[in-house]
Each structure stands twice: as C-alpha cells, then as structure tokens.
Design a protein around this ligand. Sequence first.
Ligand SMILES: *Cc1c(COP(=O)(O)O)cnc(C)c1O
Length: 369
Amino acid sequence: MEEVRRAMLSDWLTQGPKVPEFEGAVLDFCWARYAVAVNSGTSALHVACLALGLGSGDSLWTSPNTFVASANCALYCGAQVDFVDIDPITYNMSVEQLEFKLKKALKSPKIVVPVHFAGQPCDMEAIRWLADKYGFFVVEDACHALGAVYKDSPTGSCFYSDVTIFSFHPVKIITTGEGGMATTNQPEISRKMQLFRSHGITRQEQEMERQDEGAWFYEQQMLGYNYRMTDIQAAIGVSQVKRLNEFVEKRRAIAERYSEMLDGLPLQLPCEAPGRSSAWHLYVIRLDLKQIAKTRKAIFDAMRRLGVGVNVHYIPVHLQPFYQKLGFRKGAFPEAESYYEEALSLPIYPDLTLEQQSTVVRALKETLL
Ligand SMILES: *Cc1c(COP(=O)(O)O)cnc(C)c1O
C-alpha cells in the first residue's frame, strides 16, 4: 500500500519508471534477458504469438487442461488451435502424445504452448528437442508457475523456450490486481512485444523507419494494442516480487502437509516429477470415484456446505461450447476428460493457517469415508 501511495503521488500513473523496475525485478528472479510487462497474462500470450509471427494458415497447439486464454491467443491472431492430451500423472501436456501428433501431422504447428499446470513445469527438455526436430516455437504458459524450477533453471529463464508468459491476476503466485509479463532471451522478439504492447508505436530514434522530425515525433510501424501496465500496478508488483520466495515456500509447506494428512485416502495425490520444483499454485487431488461410490459433484457440494472453498481446474477447453462450435468433439482428448471428472482443487494460498488446513482435511475425510 505504501508503494501504491508513492506511485499515486509520482508524475506517472500509467506506464512509467515503475514498469521497467518491475520487469527488472522479475528478470533478476528468473534469469531471462528481456521482460515486457503488460495488462494481463492473456495480453502476454497475445503479444508473444504476434511477435513470433503467428497468423492465418498457422496453427498453435496447447493443453486442453488449462484456462481458455492459452488457446484463445491463437484465434486472436487468425490461426488455428489444436490440443495435445495430458499426462495422467502430472496433468501437463503429454510429451508422448505431442510426438505422436507431430509424426502424424501434415504440417507442424508454428507454436506449441505447454502450460505448467498447478505450478509444475512441463518436460521442457523433451519439448525443446521436439521443437528443434519439427521446427516450432515454444511459448511457456507459466501463469501458475512463477517461482517454479526445472532442472536448475527458474521458470521464465526461457532456457528451453522462445517466450515465457506470466499472469499477476489475484489468484496467481504474485499479483498486481490485473497484469502479466512475457520474458525472452531474444532481443528482436522483445522489441516486437514492446511494440505490440502500445499500438505498434516507437519513440526510439534508432528504431525509426524514417527521419526523426523532432522531439514530438513517433512512428506507428505495425498494428498494436493498448496492453500497457500502469505504474500503480507495477509498484504493487515490485513489492510482491520481494515476497515471492516466501509465498512459494509457504505454498510448498502447505502442499507437503496436505500430502502427509491425505495419505491412504481413496485418491491420487499430486506428484512432483523428478527434476522439477512446483510453485504450488494449485493442490489438485484426483478422486477414486469407484472406491468412494459418490459423484464428484456430491463431494464438491458437501465440501462447500462445510465451508471449504474447493474448486475444479479445469473444464477441458475443447468441451467449451465455443470450441465445440469450432468442431472439437467429446472424446477427442480422453485423459484430460477423465481427469476432469475426478479432479478437486483444495484451498492453497500463503495465508492458509494450520488450523484451516486441518478443517479442510477433516471435512474431506468426513465426506469421503
Ligand atoms: C490465469 C491464466 C491465464 C490468463 O491470465 P490473465 O492474467 O487472467 O489474463 C492464462 N493461462 C493460464 C494457465 C492461467 O491460469
């Protein structure tokens, strides 16, 4: 709140000096060379796709187990969307399914968007290998995964990808109210994302196509948007990044406690694959409904009645009416669909107390047993 007060009293309210300060703070954390702050994770996906040249005649593949924004960004660019089914243990895009689909495809996708579901990084080394073999760009949707680590490199380093995008929506690991960011190691991609963030306009003399006519001069070089982050939001972000390690450690402690307390119940606990450290955005249990002999809806409703804010992540994107109208059918991605029938997200956030967590576990045992 003190940071916001100072931003409000400054000469800048919209994008000003706080935005590059916030970008720098995120870069220090995740080791990439460039960062472009925008007004949402969705905008970050859009500018990333635009900067990589996604357009009509191209396709983008992502996971069906995600928020709709991961797929919508392709359609904003006039490209086609397709999905790759998930792995039944990590609930991330299955690398085997990706390779199988690439082998069969007449044309490789232009971009693949792996989503680090629940905060757990995808198998990036394998995805990078396939990207080099089949010639596609990789945009990591890391909206859940700021603070995660994959084989010693922090998520956002773009060690295995072209661009990584983050969201700072209030439910995410850190927040700016609304906000997002794209990181990359490629100067040209960064420059393009900056242009798309603000109408395709540059005021930098060295970037201009024509002679600079004076101090007022600017050039619109492509069709961009108004996706700017405000200095007020960036000020919140600067303050939030300072607490990022603390937030992730608290989430991890909560996740570990859940896994101890829920051991032995008729459900599949979330797992961390080898070489991966999750940011624990979500704690998802997969109910063994045959053993429990209750529907997921009955369990969900009973938990809500007991005052526990359970949720479900995610309704497979291809089952949304909009995507059904585009021609996707039920049964097309069976792992994502059967996972969806059995998934339940338990409350996880840094301020969740031990006592509250015990209440959640008691309510779940009462409901299941
Ligand atoms: C939240 C989220 C988004 C969208 O981010 P916004 O900041 O809400 O636009 C995209 N992808 C995933 C996986 C998300 O969880």
